[in-house]
Design a protein around this ligand. Structure first.
Ligand SMILES: [Zn+2]
Length: 85
């Protein structure tokens, strides 16, 4: 009697979607010369898989556009300039 060996391969993929409140501002960017979305440095870090400190470094080096909003001088990063890095 012949033995038949059957191999079954099951591939699985898991996708995690983490949703949370996004904070962004639509406004004019003087450097881009157009209306853009501005996001917080922590949001920028999440989107680019970097540490927030790296986003602040990019801001210090003027490699991304950003604006400070009163009264707490909260920084917001230009999403368009962030995408060009
Ligand atoms: Zn810009």
């Amino acid at each position: 009697m012949r033995k038949i060996l059957t191999e079954v391969v099951i591939e699985t993929t898991e996708i995690y979607v983490i949703k949370h409140q996004r904070h962004f501002i639509r406004t004019w960017c003087e450097d881009c010369g157009r209306e853009v979305s501005l996001i917080t440095p922590s949001e920028a870090a999440l989107l680019t898989f970097q540490e927030t400190a790296e986003i602040y470094s990019l801001m210090d080096e003027r490699r991304v556009h950003f604006r400070l909003f009163a009264p707490e001088q909260t920084p917001f990063v230009c999403l368009t300039s962030l995408c060009l890095i």
